[in-house]
Design a protein around this ligand. Structure first.
Ligand SMILES: Nc1ncnc2c1ncn2[C@@H]1O[C@H](COP(=O)(O)OP(=O)(O)OP(=O)(O)O)[C@@H](O)[C@H]1O
Ligand SMILES: O=P(O)(O)OC[C@H]1O[C@H](OP(=O)(O)OP(=O)(O)O)[C@H](O)[C@@H]1O
Ligand SMILES: [Mg+2]
Length: 285
């Protein structure tokens, strides 16, 4: 039986979360430290450890079938490569930044200026869309230093917390795109491997849904049960069980992590007591 070849970043910002996701979907790998390729135990998958920036070419060539990669890198050099799943980690944005004192009104202000970046195609497309001509300086790292050493008037790079910009006396003035880690697929994927990918996708969705949700258990007097059910969305409908103490019930449900605090406040206000909130490992709908 053929194996699905999945690329992950060898080391760097995506590596740890990528390996955790593979582990959570039941793909465990015995990886010797310097091994660049490893087989999963009990599942038809091979994992390749590569540079994030090299992965688009491997996908295009069909040397790997799928990859966990930053969407920003695919947009930069992954033409024709499909994204089948957003993975919810390594969120960042690709931005234009200029020195704090720069009087910036719009991208048109960069006409004829020098922009340092590791994302030339992304910047070029954005400049073209806005009818701006600028000179691009391609550098592979520490882009934020460029304006301070007189190499460029502006930069285009990844921003997350904004602290690197701040430390280098720069300000973010335009967001070109938002990115997160994604599961990308080679255009050359064959039918047999596609079937393995579908199993992986299903497992990833179950893990991600679990990560986005919380399991809530609470007690309430019976006359409050309906009010509380109306607040709780639940997967189908909440589970209601009688407590040993007469006149009381236990209610179980699933709520989204995002609405967690507002729902908890509402539950308390409607008579809920002894509220327990538990993580969900996987959620299969
Ligand atoms: N500060 C950040 N916060 C969140 N995500 C980030 C941040 N910086 C980069 N990323 C995301 O993580 C990906 C990998 O970044 P990292 O710096 O580890 O690799 P790299 O040096 O660009 O790539 P390579 O593996 O080719 O050396 C980026 O493409 C981006 O999607
Ligand atoms: O907004 P922040 O939270 O400060 O993050 C942004 C910084 O993170 C990335 O660099 P990284 O640390 O990955 O270093 P690198 O340039 O060597 O890849 C990116 O290139 C920015 O410099
Ligand atoms: Mg980096």
């Amino acid at each position: 039986m053929s194996k699905l070849r999945i690329a992950v970043q060898k080391s760097g910002r995506l590596n740890e979360d990528s390996m955790r996701l593979l582990k959570d979907i039941g793909i465990s790998i015995d990886n010797g430290k310097d091994q660049l390729k490893a087989s999963a135990k009990g599942f038809p998958v091979e994992v390749f450890y590569l540079r994030n920036g090299d992965i688009p070419q491997y996908l295009k060539d069909g040397v790997v079938d799928a990859a966990i990669i930053g969407e920003n890198v695919l947009i930069e050099k992954g033409e024709g490569i499909g994204v089948v799943e957003k993975l919810g980690f390594s969120s960042c944005r690709v931005c234009i930044a200029v020195p704090k004192a720069y009087n910036y009104n719009s991208i048109k202000d960069l006409e004829g200026k020098r922009i340092a970046t590791s994302y030339p195609n992304t910047v070029k497309t954005y400049l073209d869309e806005n009818g701006v001509n600028a000179n691009l300086h391609i550098i592979n790292g520490s882009v934020e230093i460029a304006p301070n050493i007189g190499l460029a008037d502006a930069i285009c790079d990844i921003v997350s917390s904004g602290s690197t910009l701040f430390k280098n006396n720069l300000k973010e003035v335009d967001t070109i795109l938002k990115s997160e880690a994604v599961l990308a697929v080679s255009p050359k994927l064959n039918e047999e491997r596609k079937a393995i990918l579908e199993i992986i996708q299903f497992r990833i969705q179950s893990v991600l849904k679990g990560r986005q949700s919380k399991y809530v258990l609470l007690n309430a007097p019976n006359d409050k049960v309906q009010d509380i059910i109306d607040i709780l969305p639940g997967m189908k409908s909440p589970t209601v069980l009688p407590l040993a103490e007469k006149g009381w019930s236990s209610i179980h449900s699933v709520i989204s992590k995002n609405e967690f605090w507002s729902v908890i406040d509402e539950l308390k206000a409607n008579g809920a007591q002894g509220i327990l909130v538990c993580p969900i490992e996987k959620m299969v709908l």
